[in-house]
Design a protein around this ligand. Structure first.
Ligand SMILES: Nc1ncnc2c1ncn2[C@@H]1O[C@H](COP(=O)(O)OP(=O)(O)OP(=O)(O)O)[C@@H](O)[C@H]1O
Ligand SMILES: [Mg+2]
Length: 227
């Protein structure tokens, strides 16, 4: 199903941090949301997730910080069961073990609280929770920021495989244009709480129109990075 959301906006402390924004994502489409720090990417991600959930749609969200997704008072097993329930999936320990093995968190103790897991393991656990079921959309906000480059690359590969088997659309939020360029066919550039460019990835890299996109493209050393 095509995702069509109009007039997302956000005001914090009397300041507009997200100007009215409309978005369309085709079924299974992968879109990158890039922009400088503070441009409003996470705000837009949250607003999109909230709006779709308010419509009763199933949306997976990997927030920028695992702290936003994990309650320090609850065990990791509790979080997993809650995620299964929220995403309408029946418990499937074999599937869970396969996802954990692929993300290399199979050594994590589900009886423990989040703070007994390393930051990188927490981040992968939150990604694993987003892979339960078949949501309409998965929003990934800097999903590999706490991971070393090899684990980050493997995690992105796993996400690619997951997405290629489903009609789930994906919004990949990152300030890393290199990562986005490898993973998505379409890029949106944010600047000052607005989407200032929305174009096929290849075209953006070849001919960025806006100052914000040109600034991101100017750092071309990202081509050598593994993920
Ligand atoms: N709760 C809040 N109260 C006040 N200002 C906020 C709040 N949340 C976000 N902002 C401001 O809104 C702007 C956009 O923030 P946001 O976190 O969406 O940016 P971002 O593009 O995700 O940045 P980053 O790349 O650093 O994650 C920033 O200037 C931020 O300071
Ligand atoms: Mg952010």
């Amino acid at each position: 199903m095509t995702i069509n959301i109009t007039d997302l906006s956000a005001i914090r402390s009397g300041r507009t941090i997200l100007h009215p924004t409309s978005l369309t994502l085709a079924p299974g489409e992968r879109v990158g949301l890039v922009g400088a720090s503070g441009s409003g990417k996470s705000t837009l991600g949250h607003a999109l997730v909230d709006a779709l959930r308010a419509q009763g749609r199933m949306v997976a969200h990997v927030p920028q910080s695992p702290d936003e997704a994990l309650d320090p008072l609850r065990s990791m097993g509790f979080h997993w069961r809650e995620a299964e329930r929220a995403l309408g999936a029946s418990p499937d320990p074999a599937e869970r073990d396969a996802i954990f093995a692929a993300l290399r968190i199979d050594g994590g103790d589900l009886r423990k609280r989040p703070w007994n897991w390393s930051r990188g393991m927490q981040q992968r656990f939150v990604i694993a929770m987003a892979l339960i079921g078949k949501p309409l959309l998965i929003v990934l906000d800097e999903p590999t920021s706490a991971l070393d480059p090899v684990v980050a690359a493997n995690t992105m590969e796993l996400l690619d495989t997951y997405l290629s088997n489903r009609r789930t659309a994906c919004l990949l939020i990152t300030h890393d244009l290199g990562l986005a360029a490898r993973r998505v066919e379409r890029l949106m550039v944010m600047d000052g709480g607005r989407i200032v460019e929305d174009t096929p990835t290849v075209r953006l890299l070849d001919a960025p129109r806006t100052q914000a996109a040109r600034a991101l493209c100017a750092h071309r050393n990202w081509l050598a990075l593994p993920c």
